[in-house]
Design a protein around this ligand. Structure first.
Ligand SMILES: [Zn+2]
Length: 168
């Protein structure tokens, strides 16, 4: 018997949601908080080798399209939560129109995602890293518990905020 046996394997907070509920229908909310003013944005041009996903229209940029790379905080502006913070996102340099579809564009589901469920006080309830194809199922399962108010989705590798998900 080693003294190390009592050391927990993980320091992650446990999932505080009821699991194994039937997933609920979802709606997708791009840019849930207002965009910051873009006085001196960093502008890039998409190419065949680099097609960043725009967080307004939720489409990957086509080669030749201009995008701004900005810092963005997806939490409500009046929320006080230790989880808030800015991270990098791309948006088209022109007004491409806010996504309002019922299902995410297929290319958005090819990436690895971090999904985090928050309660009405914007405190973390559950967190998972999933393949994009699992996004709907896992986010829908988290939101099946009424205690979860919304889910924030980030691209796992670069950390960009992707979209907010709520119950439809
Ligand atoms: Zn766009």
């Amino acid at each position: 018997m080693s003294a190390f046996n009592n050391i927990p394997e993980s320091t992650e907070a446990p999932n505080q949601l009821i699991t194994n509920l039937l997933p609920v229908p979802l709606k997708y909310i791009p840019l849930p908080a207002p965009l910051p003013s873009l006085n001196t944005p960093i502008t890039i041009v998409a190419s065949d080798g680099m097609r960043p996903p725009c967080r307004r229209c939720l489409l990957d940029a086509s080669p030749g399209e201009e995008l701004h790379l900005i810092a963005y905080d997806p939490f409500p502006v009046d929320s006080v939560t230790p989880y808030r913070g800015t991270g990098p996102i791309f948006i088209h340099a022109y007004d491409c129109g806010l996504f309002d579809g019922d299902v995410l564009p297929e290319r958005q589901l090819r990436r690895q995602m971090s999904i985090r469920a928050y309660d009405q006080s914007h405190m973390l309830m559950a967190a998972e890293t999933v393949d994009g194809t699992e996004l709907e199922k896992v986010a829908g399962g988290m939101l099946a518990d009424e205690k979860a108010r919304y889910v924030n989705v980030h691209n796992s590798k670069p950390g960009c905020f992707a979209v907010r998900i709520e119950r439809a």
